[in-house]
Ligand binder design. Sequence first.
Ligand code: NOJ
Length: 544
Amino acid sequence: MEEKWWHQSVVYQVYPRSFQDTNDDGVGDLQGVISRLDYLSYLGIDTVWLSPVYESPNDDNGYDISDYQAIMAEFGTMADMGQLIEEAKKRDIKIIMDLVVNHTSDEHAWFIEARKSKTNPYRDYYIWRDPVAGKEPNQLRSIFSGSAWEFDPESGQYYLHLYSKKQPDLNWENEQLRQEIHQMMNFWIEKGIGGFRMDVIDTIGKLPDQEITSNGPKLHEYLQEMNQATFGTKDLMTVGETWGATTEIAKLYSDPKRNELSMIFQFEHIGLDQQSGKDKWDLKPLSIPELKQVLSKWQTSLGNDGWNSLFWNNHDLPRIISRWGNDQTYREESGKMFAILLHMMKGTPYIYQGEEIGMTNYPISEIAQAQDIETINMYYERLSLGYTKENILRSINAKGRDNARTPMQWDRSPNAGFTKGIPWLHVNPNYKEINVQSALADKHSIFYTYKKLIELRKQHEIIVWGEYQLITETPDDVFAYYRLYEEEKWLIVCNISEKTNQISLPSGDFSIVIANYPQEETPKGEITLRPYEAFVLKKNVRPM
Ligand code: NOJ
């Protein structure tokens, strides 16, 4: 595979609303991101994925865009955006923009026009259908609860919205619409960005009449066309958010020969704690053997025909330490263990803001404390279906998106140093203990595990290119694998449990690369892994 810069990158996701406020309005902003670039550079990342900063009425926190070529006033101006790109460049950091083109806001000029009449030139930019027997055209449901069809009384038709009714879906069949999107992408490319993260890109080829939303027949044709018309000849990185991707589908997107995307986000591992056939709110405990099986399948099946991304967290997911680790007694140990487990794998790792200091979920006790549209809509829908309040709150506390969106915890000052105003979403009260300032002051903090993992990836090709091999003879809760590259051999051992576990290490001369417990000597032979213990051993290659 031809080597590209993003094969060895580590990406840091900034959710600007919650990152750093500089004008005391309680909402993070672009100047806030600029003010923290030195911190990001010290962590060692080389790419920032910036969640949407475009003009938006914020029905879905910026994922409902009313102008793709303007900056949300709360976040700053286009001049601030230019400054961010420049300042990042000075530190060798690339800025990846969030490209949300499955839908716009209903306040986008295109939709305002489209709504005016059935014959408006923009009408066909969106997806309109006549009622069927006086009702919605079909059973398609919105991911944010309820029907995916909204009635427009003016024209007597329904429009499609896979997300909120303020996020009407675009009609990718319309060639002019596609061209406008390409032009908009080129506008950003000319500004010097490093690429795009493509929001729910698997749904742009949908066939709503057949109730097919993802992986529609023209999806890859649209992506190839987009590649040609925009980033294809530039050295940019693109990552597609593709919820239902299998390993075969992943190759369609990311096989370099096909000229589509650099890589995808696939979510198979992330769905392992939900009941099958149900949605994310229907919880079930994680099975570690299943996690091993799924992650290993993704490690081995792409070969040279695709590229994967590696992540535990983002702005849509609960914090990994609270989710599958232990955010009380073993916060540090489990946080470092998950970092080591993921960052030693093949693919491009993503760190979601606050993950590097071990931020945790913040449980709520009343729906009034929630801000997220998905959570709020689901709450009322399930109440009307007869679920108990306790049951729904349990799901929200386990999976709700606000968990990851609480403001970044910078220091011990009020509101964790995020804002001097009233934060738009509650700050997690644990900020006096968990914050960047304390993490930087403690050489053994989770932060330094991330920093070292990033450094290791830059220094050792084995992490980027090495072959992956799962070790199957381990207790269920122990996830151990090899990476193999030329003569090199690394062994990664992770205990995903608060219980101890015995394992027997292979014989040979190994030395320790990184660990989450102090290791006086290199572990050897029969050993007992401590709660959430993780380490990486490197086989010493003797000179011939
Ligand atoms: C995926 C984004 O990550 C999420 O935050 C958003 O709500 C939906 N796409 C709709 O844009």
